[in-house]
Write a protein that binds this ligand. Structure first.
Ligand code: SAH
Length: 241
């Protein structure tokens, strides 16, 4: 066979192979393997056991929630910048906070601090209804775009001050706060159902304690989970709560 024909044949076979790779229905996206590794090494290896949480972390394409220039870092073991001085949490922290809430399919959950929308998507994989509030409008708009593209029908977003909660949709079975106030916001306490759980980072602007609160007889019972570092919960004027 002449040399040129050999080269053309090789190119043809290689393109067929890459086409079948791309259109193979069992192959979800180009980061699927990386995501599986992330779940194995960062989530399961560190003790996350709730199968619903593990499956959600496998399903949600985290790379779609970070700015395009950070896409390749989306599955790394750390938080990443998402613009406006804000961050998407480290995958393990998302899994830990979600697992701690002990969620099930008929629950209604409130999130404070939509950010990229990734945590909202993880919740939406598990529960019936997700409500999420973000104070920076450009972030709400971007999160809305991704979540609509991914076809989530059970997430409602709004721009506003999450300290005040979302009274119209209260009470909530669970509340997840992903920005840190110094103290528990009173409206969130009121909007949590009896028996419901709230996970929240509480403390100063440098470091906080991740705290699990359970509403028992109208009062919050507190359990410290671990030390964390979240961006502060701020007011409309930018001052921290
Ligand atoms: N859960 C997000 C990460 C959140 S980062 C994710 O999955 O990507 C914390 C977010 O809280 C930031 O986007 C910040 O703008 C927002 N935030 C800070 N104070 C807030 C407030 N009072 N109400 C609502 N959102 C607030």
């Amino acid at each position: 066979m002449n040399h040129r024909i050999l080269v053309y044949t090789a190119i043809f076979v290689l393109s067929l192979l890459s086409l079948s790779f791309t259109f193979n229905p069992g192959y979800k996206d180009k980061y699927e393997k990386v995501r599986q590794r992330m779940v194995r090494n960062q989530i399961v290896a560190r003790g996350i056991k709730d199968q619903k949480v593990i499956q959600a972390m496998l399903n949600v394409q985290r790379h779609l929630f970070v700015p395009a220039n950070n896409e390749r870092m989306a599955y790394e073991d750390r938080p990443l910048p998402i613009g406006e001085g804000q961050t998407i949490s480290q995958p393990y922290i998302v899994a830990l906070m979600t697992e701690t809430l002990n969620l099930n399919a008929d629950m209604k959950v409130l999130e404070i601090g939509t950010g990229s929308g990734y945590q909202a998507a993880i919740l939406a994989e598990i529960v019936k209804e997700v409500y999420s509030i973000e104070i920076i409008e450009s972030l709400t708009l971007r999160a809305k775009k991704v979540l609509t593209h991914l076809n989530y029908k059970n997430i409602e977003l709004k721009t506003g001050d999450g300290y005040k909660g979302w009274k119209e949709n209260a009470p909530f079975d669970a509340i997840i706060v992903t920005c840190a106030p110094a103290n528990i916001p009173e409206p969130l306490k009121e909007q949590l159902k009896e028996g419901g759980k709230m996970i929240i980072p509480l403390g100063g602007s440098i470091a906080q304690e991740l705290v699990l609160l359970e509403k028992v007889n109208g009062e919050l019972v507190k359990k410290v989970v671990q030390s964390v570092r979240f961006v502060p919960m701020v007011r409309d004027d930018g001052k921290r709560y």
